[in-house]
Design a protein around this ligand. Structure first.
Ligand SMILES: Nc1ncnc2c1ncn2[C@@H]1O[C@H](COP(=O)(O)OP(=O)(O)O)[C@@H](O)[C@H]1O
Ligand SMILES: [Mg+2]
Length: 422
């Protein structure tokens, strides 16, 4: 399916007209505010009480997108068909019920899409403006996808539904490996009780995100102010002669105050900074903060362990991530704490999660306790085999490592060359 992002080509181009149906005042207001400041060519109209009203209006007027609450539908198949015969190019059906995403609602895709009502505006509008360019060419010809270009690098979220599986350890070590390859890397700690600062041995008084979160609370905040406070909060350190930037978490109270929109503003500001890769570490909870992080990431690394409970809890997260459905997001599964002698069936995990395992990190208690947990970076210890695993994960994000660095076996290379051709 080819998708295009609609962008206003010139001042003269038609505006995009959006209808909102149902009692969704708060939603309409946020949509209006967001479009007002980011997409001036989008016009939001409300006041539609029923689907029939929309159908009648959209058959006469040239309108483009309708947001309709799921409970407005009575016969969803029939009403979708009627809506699609109007001038509308897209209908977004909103729901706050995550379970419905697994159910059997028949959607006339790509015309109709189901979306979670608590999706951050930035992601929601991006999806709203992403079309399968087939129905109405009036708006979609001669468009340039410049909106996408705002995002310069990768935003990688390390996530697990269960705590203590090794997210922070992975975040730190993957960041170090990418920094050593001279990538411009920012490691950001979004955990409620952030411990990255200790893991990388930052001075106790670093400011981290504290002041930037303070700015978010002010009504008159500007992007410039936010950026300045973020830049001031970043601590630059060295990993074997390479530079690694770290943005530590604020106090737990401040981190807990991050709701959907605040997190989204903060993440957007962080993404405007000039980095190749931004690694986000967070805590394992399904808060608005994490929903926002999941929605903003270009890459998600799920972490599980050989503990089946960890895999099962990940299952619901994977569902949620699919629900939020950020366009073009890469998702990888990593198994941590792997112990050969336990003989954990990786296949079983893969079939529970319907996902391939992208990397396996061995359980190395002494090394991790002796180094990482004491603020000594594993990346400084070049001979440690465990670093290979972190390189493999880093390689998923930026493929800059050699086969040797990744520990790809000679035999595999030999097979790749044609192997035994007798
Ligand atoms: N591969 C590993 N082998 C042994 N211990 C590990 C490994 N990865 C992480 N740990 C340890 O497990 C504990 C939890 O790791 P952490 O990265 O803090 O998890 P999370 O961020 O998911 O809560 C820490 O004490 C850490 O040192
Ligand atoms: Mg952690």
């Amino acid at each position: 399916m080819t998708t295009e992002v609609i962008v206003k080509e010139s001042e003269k181009q038609d505006e995009i007209r959006i209808l909102v149906c149902g009692e969704a005042d708060e939603f309409t207001k946020s949509l209006k505010d967001y479009c007002g400041s980011h997409y001036p060519f989008v016009k939001v109209e409300k006041g539609f009480q029923s689907i029939n009203e929309i159908i009648e209006y959209a058959s006469k007027e040239s309108v483009d997108i309708a947001f309709i609450q799921l409970q407005q539908f009575i016969n969803i198949e029939k009403e979708q068909a009627e809506l699609s015969s109007t001038n509308l190019s897209k209908v977004i059906i909103m729901t706050d019920r995550l379970d419905l995403f697994k159910s059997t609602i028949v959607l006339q895709e790509p015309f109709a899409e189901l979306m979670y009502i608590h999706t951050p505006m930035r992601v929601l509008t991006e999806r709203m403006l992403t079309f399968d360019a087939k129905k109405k060419l009036r708006l979609y010809t001669n468009t340039h996808p410049t909106i996408r270009k705002q995002e310069k690098g990768r935003s990688v979220l390390i996530y697990s539904a269960k705590g203590g599986v090794g997210k922070s350890t992975i975040a730190v070590n993957v960041a170090c490996q990418l920094a050593k390859k001279d990538k411009r890397v920012l490691l950001v700690d979004f955990a409620t009780f952030g411990n990255i600062q200790v893991m990388v041995n930052l001075p106790r008084n670093v400011r981290g995100m504290s002041e930037a979160i303070g700015v978010l609370e002010q009504p008159m905040k500007t992007d410039e102010e936010l950026q300045k406070y973020l830049e001031d909060g970043i601590h630059t350190m060295q990993v074997q002669g390479s530079r690694l930037d770290v943005l530590a978490a604020a106090t737990p109270m401040k981190m807990t105050s991050l709701d959907l929109e605040k997190t989204d503003d903060l993440v957007a500001a962080i993404q405007r900074l000039d980095y190749d890769v931004i690694l986000f570490d967070t805590s394992s909870d399904l808060t608005e903060k994490n929903i926002s992080l999941i929605s903003s990431a270009t890459d998600i690394i799920y972490v599980s362990t050989t503990d089946i409970a960890a895999s099962w809890s990940l299952l619901s997260t994977i569902d949620l991530v699919e629900t939020l459905n950020r366009p073009l997001q890469n998702r990888y599964l990593v198994v941590n704490h792997y112990n050969d002698s336990l003989g954990f069936p990786v296949n079983e995990l893969e079939s529970i999660l319907s996902m391939k395992v992208a990397a396996v990190i061995p359980d190395k208690y002494e090394q991790i306790q002796g180094y990482t947990n004491r603020g000594i970076l594993l990346a400084e210890k070049q001979n440690l085999k465990i670093n290979r695993s972190y390189k493999q994960i880093a390689h998923l994000i930026e493929p800059v490592f050699t086969e040797k660095e990744l520990g790809i076996k000679k035999r595999k290379r030999w097979l790749a060359r044609g192997g035994d051709q007798r």
